[in-house]
Design a protein around this ligand. Structure first.
Ligand code: ADP
Ligand code: ZN
Ligand code: ZN
Length: 758
């Protein structure tokens, strides 16, 4: 009899063994998808990990059907999944769920081949018809319909096309994209369709790979410093598998990557290019497509599932993409002949998946993937992570530096503004200092652009009763609610719950509810008032819910259609705009005051990165850095772009207090509906762990937000010195957890680990 160990998409440890019916026995292979029964009536699609003839001791059921004629998952991918499951202590089933696009997991019974799109009916396509419709909607007080209709016109550019513009610029919009961007509902859309103002059609999806021919001649000739770095990288690859390229912002790292990709492709091998954020893929995609044409495939979560399935299958075919550009999930694609992995902006924390499991770091997983494939890894950053920098200093990784910008343009001048002092002298205009406003005004007058960086979205981080100090909190989480003025709602940034803005204070009845602090939405409003002539756009989570939205905001800013960009950390990431002369960092303090041992590190990186957006092409840029703590050494280090000193001090501190990169951290999280049970379980678990690991165990403690979605959360931190056996520690953790779970009180306790937390 033949048996198969199957990975099921369930958060359960281990694999499940099934018997293989005789008629399938010769066909079933590791990596193929099968459908199996589970429990009394459930069926799941799983992936075969191993076929063998060891009869299990329990009774096994038959595999119901085989879904593949050739493996959908390669042996190498299975090994990577197992590494991730082991290292990050997450069930293999969770890795499987993260790795495969839904369409391959059999989650969509019918695989959509089309998407529903919206357009203007033929008879409506004139300025006059539009005018009539808009009037009609106004007269009938159909405010929501009118909003949606107007949004559609502007998003699709039909408004311009109907007022004399070209129809070539009209953009196709799916219903989903439209509703997302317009914050509207299907009901409203249906009403417009039934009135004949809009029409819906089906569009075929999965039109991948029309990137055109490759154009190696479009590659730029490297400058002197770039060429030296390129040669050094090649040299380090002779002895190291991983090299860190530490190059200041705008030193031309991307061009170096392009040359390395070209070389790897010419050697007949594949390249994986990882970026931390989907926002970034837009610009880099254009630069790569320009050289590599349709040898380039793009893969990330904003792509439709059907497209992702197509790319997956193409990578399994005889004609796979040579280069894959993507966010972290791209490392789960099948590669047949990987030669180089580039991890761009390697310091970015978004490379680490937070929720759900597996809580893996894409940089580490990529390094493991590369070593399995015999490929080299290039990590690139202007502000390398402590982990990578330490590995480079100790010689584990190669290190190549470029300390000058391309064309020797000077790094921006950073001017620190003491907000505390200005507030005392009543010279601040809301969140803006006079220096900042002056700099922005001059930039705009000169036909240049400005970026304002503020790391809080929404209108205000909280509202407060002016009389009694009451602040609205989320019912389900221990956090105050953020005011979103455009939605006229309060929202919880932890669970997404939405609340009405109360008309009066529920504690004292006062109607004097005031907003406190600033979010990007508020900043945008104020900027529009101060600079009515500016063409402003905003980039944050709220304005970029769809793939199109990113592209539009970035391309409009690149082309100069907009000239003032306001945004959260999204604008700090490696974007390349040529005409930005001023960058404002509105509030360095929220970043610095974060109660986390990495707060300074993250703040330094964020400020250095966002400053790096200024003055990239035409002349030296200027950065205005607003803070209440100008005397802090980290501020001076940002001003001097003194990465080395910053890290020297950071490392001393980290070494002394036993933190990464010198120690590994593992967090154990315990969650329960009942706060008391959570406390007890955490105390018990900490005691059990101390019995085995002694002083390495810290806590239990409450995380800074100790209740999310009605679950109370407790956290135990384990600090592990270099050289300790991680597999042994994992075993110990699992054993102690099993002991803990014997207590019936903890039956509904949820636990999970975060290995190398950020
Ligand atoms: P980084 O990735 O280090 O921030 P980029 O690669 O984005 O830097 O380079 C900054 C700008 O300089 C880009 O617009 C890029 O096109 C331009 N650039 C860099 N290297 C060259 C080169 N060798 N020839 C022409 N332009 C270059
Ligand atoms: Zn009150
Ligand atoms: Zn909440």
């Amino acid at each position: 009899m033949v048996y198969a160990d199957i990975i099921l998409p369930l958060p359960l440890e281990g694999v499940f063994t099934y018997s293989v019916p005789d008629d399938m026995a010769s066909a079933v292979k590791s990596g193929m998808r099968v459908v199996v029964p589970l429990g009394r009536s459930k069926k799941y699609m799983g992936v075969v990990l191993k076929v063998h003839d060891v009869k299990p001791e329990f009774e096994v059921k038959d595999i119901l059907s085989l879904s593949d004629t050739r493996p959908s998952v390669t042996a190498l991918q299975l090994r990577l999944w197992q590494w991730i499951a082991d290292y990050y202590m997450s069930p293999l089933g969770d890795v499987f769920k993260a790795a495969l696009p839904a369409g391959l997991k059999g989650e969509d019974n019918y695989r959509p081949k089309t998407e529903r799109c919206v357009t203007l009916p033929e008879k409506m396509r004139s300025g006059q018809s539009l005018h009539v419709v808009l009037n009609l909607l106004t007269q009938t007080h159909a405010r929501k319909q009118k909003d949606l209709f107007e949004q559609y016109l502007s998003l699709s550019h039909w408004d311009e096309a109907c007022s004399g513009g070209s129809r070539d610029d009209v953009a196709e919009l799916t219903c989903e994209e439209l509703l997302n961007e317009a914050h509207s509902t299907t009901t409203t859309l249906r009403a417009l369709v039934s009135r004949g103002f809009l029409t819906i059609y089906e569009r075929e999806v999965g039109r991948i790979g029309h990137g055109g021919e490759a154009h190696p001649e479009n590659m730029k000739t490297l400058g002197e410093a770039q060429q030296r770095a390129y040669d050094e990288i090649q040299e380090t690859f002779k002895t190291k598998n991983v090299t860190l390229l530490h190059g200041v912002t705008s030193s031309g790292k991307t061009e170096i990557y392009i040359h390395l990709i070209d070389k790897t492709l010419r050697e007949g091998r594949q390249v994986l290019y990882l970026l931390p954020e989907i926002a970034l893929t837009v610009q880099i995609m254009k630069r790569l497509r320009n050289v590599f044409g349709d040898r380039l495939g793009i893969y990330h979560s904003k792509y439709s599932d059907a497209e992702r399935v197509e790319i997956w299958n193409r990578q399994l075919s005889d004609n796979p993409y040579g280069v894959i550009l993507g966010a972290r999930s791209a490392l789960f694609l099948p590669f047949s002949n990987l030669g180089l992995v580039i991890v761009d902006e390697e310091h970015e924390t978004s490379f680490k998946q937070q929720d759900p499991a597996p809580r893996y770091h894409a940089r580490s997983a990529a390094i493991v993937l590369a070593s399995m494939c015999g490929a080299k890894v290039l990590l690139g950053s202007a502000t390398p992570s402590a982990e990578s920098y330490n590995n480079a200093l100790t010689g584990k990784y190669g290190l190549v530096c470029i300390m000058t910008r391309y064309k020797n343009i000077q790094l921006p001048e950073i001017q620190v503004v003491d907000v505390k002092d200005l507030r005392r002298r009543k010279m601040m205009n809301g969140p803006f200092s006079p220096v900042l406003l002056k700099a922005v005004r001059e930039a705009l007058a000169d036909g240049r652009q400005a970026i304002l960086f503020h790391n809080r979205r929404g209108f205000a981080p909280m509202i407060e009763c002016h009389v009694c100090g009451w602040v609205p909190h989320c019912d389900k989480c221990d956090v105050s609610l953020t005011l979103h003025k455009s939605l006229d709602r309060l929202t919880c940034h932890y669970c997404g719950s939405v609340y009405y803005v109360p008309a009066k204070c529920p504690c004292c009845g006062s109607t004097e509810l005031r907003s406190r602090g600033y979010g990007t939405e508020n900043i945008e409003d104020r900027i529009r008032e101060i600079f009515p002539e500016a063409r402003v756009s905003r980039m944050d989570l709220d304005t970029t819910r769809t793939r199109n939205a990113y592209e539009r905001i970035i391309s409009e800013f690149s082309s100069g259609q907009t000239n003032l960009l306001i945004g959260t950390q999204m604008v700090s990431k490696g974007l390349d705009f040529g005409n930005v002369s001023v960058v404002g960092i509105l509030d360095a303090d929220t970043m610095l005051n974060n109660p986390d041992f990495r707060a300074y590190e993250h703040a330094f990186m964020m400020m250095a990165q966002v400053a790096g957006r200024a003055g990239r092409k035409s002349g030296r840029g200027k950065v205005i850095l607003q803070t209440r703590n100008p005397e802090l050494p980290v501020i001076g280090e940002v001003v001097r772009n003194d990465y080395k000193t910053f890290y020297k001090e950071l490392f001393e501190e980290r070494r002394m207090f036993h933190y990464p990169p010198f120690y590994h951290l593992v967090c154990v999280y315990l969650r329960h509906r009942n706060a008391q049970v959570a406390d007890e379980a955490a105390a018990d678990m900490a005691r059990l762990l101390r019995g085995m690991l002694g002083e390495r165990v810290l806590g239990p403690d409450r995380p800074s937000v100790a209740r999310v979605k009605t679950m109370s959360i407790r956290k135990i931190i384990i600090k592990l010195e270099a050289g300790i056996s991680l597999p042994r520690v994992r075993e110990c953790l699992c054993a102690q957890l099993a002991l803990l779970m014997q207590n019936k009180r903890y039956a509904t306790l949820e636990t999970y680990y975060d290995v190398d937390p950020l």
